[in-house]
Design a protein. Sequence first.
Length: 318
Amino acid sequence: MIRNTAAAIAAASVCSVASAGIVGGTTVTVNEDLGLISGTVNLVGDTANGQDAIGFYDGLSDASNNLLNEFVYSFTVSQLTRLDTVLNAQGGDIDTYLLDGPGLGCDPGSGKSFATNAVAESLFDFETVGTLGLLLPGVTYFYSVDTFSSEAAGVPGATPTSSYDITLNLVTDGGGAPAPPSFTDLGVVADAFVPFSIDTFDTEFDTELALWTASGLLAQTNDDGGPSVQSLIELGQGLPAGDYFLALGSFDTEFADGFGFTAGDEGGAFRLTVNGNTTTGTQAVGETGLFRFTVVPAPSTAALALLAGGVAIRRRRA
């Protein structure tokens, strides 16, 4: 149902604090399922055709934001993919969010519902392009086009809906560049599709991080995601099995597909932690450190059962 009054829109995103129930359900309402997508996808629509069921996006925005009607797409990809977005046109002021799950929660302080699985955002405040990071095969993603308003719903001047024209570019190839000739090998750091994080906490200088696939696809970057000026890459769904490359640079380092980078202008002692395993060292001013790590296939249920049986047998013989 299209909500065309401010009063209806205002009521929709307020959840029941007493019961922690959400108006419209406890999961995100999907307005259009795009199915399996690849290449370039153009999205043209209006948030008036959606609903105001998400008050904010946990970890990316908060209850003070005036987010009104949203239109939500769902989709999957068949291979490791980077999602880039381009804003071609908007009638009002839209913010966009990527979710890797459909959950909704209820904030008791504000009474607003919030998306619990938000992983990235493109707000298009100063640029018309954005990168939402890495997509994994086998995961259903949700792309929410939301309406930002300078005034809350029901207040004169509020703009509850907006038209939009957005292009999704799904990039899967880093150009086939050869691997960097020199790097520090961190070895196996995780099983496939097991969540882990990468950070530079307690490094002496302002850091930037980049993650590439083995083919040179720039999968993810981060500047100040950690405390102060330290970097943090969170891989909430883990990674497929394979080799990956990391770059640890300083402030103002620029990264590109094909293992490309331009050096920053700081240096000093660094501390790089990948899934709880820490590597320390020193980088000269302007130096960018390169590292490789490996993600291995997760043990199958049968293999784990066989291993457990073998351990039990050995114990009986002891």
